[in-house]
Design a protein around this ligand. Structure first.
Ligand SMILES: Nc1ncnc2c1ncn2[C@@H]1O[C@H](COP(=O)(O)OP(=O)(O)O)[C@@H](O)[C@H]1O
Ligand SMILES: [Mg+2]
Length: 310
């Protein structure tokens, strides 16, 4: 994977919000990671850690305060020319937690899914438009009859399929899924995640999968980034993170997951982590390589302490 070119490169991204004349919230404060074609990168962290802000900055709902974002080797973090912006609007798509909020209740599914086509290819032949939508309905496991129905006639899981269909119609290279399945029942979550995996196998699309629930992230992600207070504290393959967590925040997150096996569940010890009293200053750490693609935000001293045997 490493000798391929990344699809998305986020370098030292900062997103600060001015909340008063004197104060600003450093929602994202120097985050770097990359996503390769066809890969799923899971972004995890507690509520308020900056996950949504990262997603929104990447798709340029915000102007980044600092750092750079490269998408398909083009800088999309500053002022974009028309061609770059068009490429971004077509080839990067986002799906949200509440698909209903973004689905116009008075429009039929056909027109909802075709919205991107109508914006970017307004002169498309109506038959071709319909065929494209039907092909996407096949891909997301909905039937052609569904095209003439309205959003309220669908279940939560089906609505999320419509949301995914809407994103897919542009044939994107990257989908940012921000808590896209968090509101669904667990069994439905699994169906939607499996669908996303199937689509990935067929299309080689990449996902930035944002979630606070680690069990689904573990299941879908190739690599994971752990976010805390706007800093990426640890990143690595799903295996590296789950088998050998190094940062105390990652350890506390993982220790909070219940084990399905009652025997090991009885042995499980929740670890608490309090940044304020930890003596750690995220601003002083740097991302240190600890083998493979595994990196931890730490000072030299912290890294030695956290990786000491025994
Ligand atoms: N537009 C905004 N203005 C001011 N503060 C914001 C804004 N958006 C997010 N924040 C703050 O930035 C931090 C990160 O928020 P967010 O990215 O939504 O976290 P997450 O998605 O991980 O829950 C929070 O402290 C939040 O209150
Ligand atoms: Mg969020």
């Amino acid at each position: 994977m490493e000798n391929r070119k990344p699809l998305l490169e986020v370098r030292n991204l900062k997103q600060h919000f001015k909340v008063s004349r004197k104060f600003s919230v450093k929602a994202v404060d120097g985050v770097s990671f990359e996503i390769y074609p066809g890969e799923t990168y899971g972004l995890v962290g507690e509520s308020g850690s900056g996950k949504s802000t990262i997603g929104r900055s990447i798709i340029r709902l915000y102007d980044p305060t600092g750092g750079s974002i490269l998408f398909k080797e083009e800088d999309i973090s500053g002022k974009m020319d028309k061609k770059t912006e068009k490429n971004l609007r077509m080839k990067m798509q986002m799906i949200f937690q509440d698909p209903m909020a973004s689905l116009n209740p008075r429009k039929k599914v056909l027109d909802l899914i075709a919205l991107g086509l109508d914006i970017h290819h307004p002169k498309m032949d109506p038959e071709e438009r319909k065929k494209k939508v039907y092909d996407i309905l096949d891909l997301v496991g909905l039937s052609h009859e569904h095209a003439s129905r309205y959003p309220h006639q669908f279940s939560g899981g089906q609505r999320q399929r419509i949301g995914i269909a809407r994103a897919l119609v542009m044939n994107p290279d990257l989908i940012i899924a921000d808590e896209a399945i968090s509101a669904l029942d667990v069994s439905i979550q699994a169906q939607v995640v499996n669908l996303m995996k199937e689509i990935q196998e067929k299309t080689n699309i990449a996902y930035l999968f944002i979630a606070h629930d680690l069990s689904m992230v573990r299941y879908i992600s190739d690599r994971i980034g752990v976010l805390h207070f706007g800093h990426l504290v640890e990143t690595g393959t799903t295996e590296e993170i789950f088998e050998n967590p190094i940062h105390p925040y990652t350890k506390s997150l993982l220790s909070a997951i219940p084990h399905p096996n009652p025997v090991t569940e009885r042995e499980r010890k929740s670890m608490t982590y309090d940044y304020a009293s930890s003596g750690i200053d995220y601003a002083k750490g740097v991302l240190q390589n600890v083998g493979g693609t595994h990196q931890v935000l730490a000072t030299e001293e912290e890294l030695q302490r956290w990786t000491a045997v025994g």
